[in-house]
Design a protein around this ligand. Structure first.
Ligand SMILES: Nc1nc2c(ncn2[C@@H]2O[C@H](COP(=O)(O)OP(=O)(O)O)[C@@H](O)[C@H]2O)c(=O)[nH]1
Ligand SMILES: [Mg+2]
Length: 252
């Protein structure tokens, strides 16, 4: 039998990440040397030259693709950006596994292969790089943010499925089947609440979701786009997704 090669489409939402993008693209290429992959970067009008940087990378390397969205409004639109990237990857590639990956240095490219393998070879429909399973570590995150994340996840475990420990990490791996299922639901939240909705769709429809240990570092540079007001809005949104989950709204 031929040796297994990772095969994945990575979707990377980007807003002003010029400082981390060059090393990130290099580290992804190193981690996936020998793999069949595409990195789809979705930029929402960065003003720091991120899009130009990715465009130049795409000219050198056909595995890198830049999607530029003309967005209106303010706040974090990362849910919509991720969905746009996912639609592009499903329409333009045949990758067997899709990966959501942040550009700020929080997600380690060295974990890509294990996540892709979990879905492609080990039978999970989706795998979350989970901050809260044995073996995981969270580095350099301020205490307030850690506590907020713990409380947020505890509330969601109580409302949805207690066995899922991390509803908020966006570093995720999933099959085309899981991706297709997401697209059968209208886009809901644009903010990070979309992360909870993705899980609501998968869990409500009996998909098999695994959690893998991860080392989560806080962003390496630049500013988070999530501010306190976003957090409160996010909490309200997540709780309403949790309640809708309980009433069966996400079941097909
Ligand atoms: N395309 C796009 N990307 C975004 C937007 N907001 C955040 N991002 C990207 O999404 C990823 C995670 O954002 P971040 O601010 O680190 O959120 P946090 O990890 O929850 O603090 C990073 O790669 C950001 O550049 C947005 O409105 N549009
Ligand atoms: Mg981040």
């Amino acid at each position: 039998m031929a040796e297994w090669r990772p095969d994945a489409g990575l979707c990377v939402p980007v807003l002003n990440e010029r400082d981390s993008l060059p090393s990130l693209l290099r580290e992804i290429a190193d981690a996936l040397a020998g793999a069949d992959y595409t990195v789809c970067v979705v930029d929402d009008g960065s003003t720091d030259g991120s899009a130009e940087l990715v465009r130049a990378a795409a000219e050198r390397d056909r595995r890198v693709v830049l999607l530029e969205r003309r967005t209106k409004g303010s706040g974090c639109l990362r849910g919509a950006a991720t969905r746009a990237g996912l639609e592009w990857l499903l329409a333009h590639t045949r990758h067997r596994v899709l990966v959501d990956f942040d550009a700020d240095g929080s997600n380690l490219p060295s974990e890509l292969e294990a996540g892709i393998r979990q879905v492609d070879l080990l039978g999970s429909d989706a795998a979350i790089a989970s901050k809260y399973v044995p073996g995981s570590r969270v580095l350099g995150r301020p205490l307030g943010r850690r506590l907020a994340s713990r409380a947020y996840n505890l509330a969601l475990r109580l409302l949805m499925e207690p066995r899922i420990r991390d509803y908020s990490n966006s570093y995720r791996f999933y099959s085309r089947k899981a991706a297709d299922l997401l697209l059968r639901f209208p886009a809901g939240y644009e903010s990070p609440v979309y992360l909870v909705e993705m899980l609501a769709v998968w869990l409500a429809n009996g998909l098999n979701v695994a959690e893998l240990p991860t080392v989560y570092g806080d962003r390496r540079g630049g500013a988070s786009k999530v501010v306190s007001l976003d957090f409160l809005r996010g909490l309200a949104g997540a709780l309403s997704v949790g309640l809708a989950y309980r009433t069966g709204r996400y079941r097909l």
